[in-house]
Design a protein around this ligand. Structure first.
Ligand code: HPA
Length: 271
């Protein structure tokens, strides 16, 4: 385990022995799932030495550890992004820490721009694959052979069994769940219409500034991964309006209850 991860884990283990099975990362405006957790322990990121703290709007800074209907989860109410100036290693440090605490599954959520004409703001989209564009791979540098192999396979990143659980749960709950390919760009500026046309041509359905790095680190360590994007807006040039972070947060709040029902009912089946 790398030294920075070990320091964080040691600090957390001074506070709690809680062992999560599922790690949940809640994206912009999507934090209300954490209110459905039977909380055992909440730890502010400020209390963990060297832990990166988010400066993004709509992101809080604490780990919530507890149970969703008996399943032990650790929930990140807020994540850090590359555009905040953190290194890729820092961006994925929380995932490495959650894995070291015991999490075997990483459930990612984010708010994203939609590039497809059959998406509308408020849609929930299950991520089936991803594209990493212009962002540094988080595994760059010496490889920690104890964590994973030098050249990890990425041919089936989003776990098929977890995808089936998401699809079945959405249908049981009467929630429409679309599918799509997510691309992570660096941000923080939103894309231009020309960039969106390029991304569409490359096969990107959802555009955002997170998730892929975390997912790569998780797969490196052998975690199973699934992810859901909330389409907070149609992407630049498709949307008639200029994009804003306020719109992204509003969409998160509006779709929050469907998103949290889907997450909670799915997590129960993942244990
Ligand atoms: N582009 C990039 N990131 C985003 C968007 C977008 O349109 N919406 C929410 N996050």
């Amino acid at each position: 385990m790398n030294e920075n991860v070990m320091k964080c884990v040691n600090a957390i283990r001074q506070i709690t022995e809680f062992k999560p099975k599922i790690a949940l990362i809640l994206g912009s405006g999507l934090g209300n799932v954490s209110s459905k957790i039977k909380v055992e322990q909440e730890i502010s990121y400020h209390d963990i030495p060297g832990f990166p703290v988010s400066t993004a709007p709509g992101h809080k800074g604490s780990f919530i550890m507890g149970y969703i209907e008996g399943t032990p989860v650790i929930c990140m109410n807020g994540r850090v992004h590359f555009y905040e100036g953190y290194s890729t290693e820092e961006v994925v440090l929380p995932v490495r820490v959650m894995h070291a605490l015991g999490a075997e599954i990483l459930f990612l959520t984010n708010a994203a721009g939609g590039t497809r004409s059959d998406y509308k703001p408020g849609d929930l989209v299950m991520i089936t694959d991803h594209i990493s564009l212009f962002v540094r791979n988080p595994l760059t540098g010496p490889n920690d052979n104890d964590e994973g192999v030098r050249f990890p396979d990425m041919s089936s990143v989003y776990d098929k069994d977890l995808q089936k659980i998401l699809i079945d749960t959405a249908s049981e709950c009467g929630i429409e769940l679309k599918t799509g390919v997510y691309v992570q760009l660096t941000g923080p500026s939103f894309e231009t219409p020309a960039e969106i046309r390029m991304l569409k041509a490359l096969g990107c359905d959802l555009v955002g500034m997170s998730t892929v790095m975390e997912c790569i680190a998780a797969r490196h360590m052998g975690m199973k991964v699934c992810g859901i994007s909330l389409v907070s807006n149609l992407a630049a040039g498709i949307s008639p309006r200029p994009l804003s972070s306020a719109e992204v947060e509003e969409a998160g709040k509006a779709a929050g209850s469907a998103m949290s029902k889907l997450i909670i009912d799915s997590v129960k089946k993942m244990s």
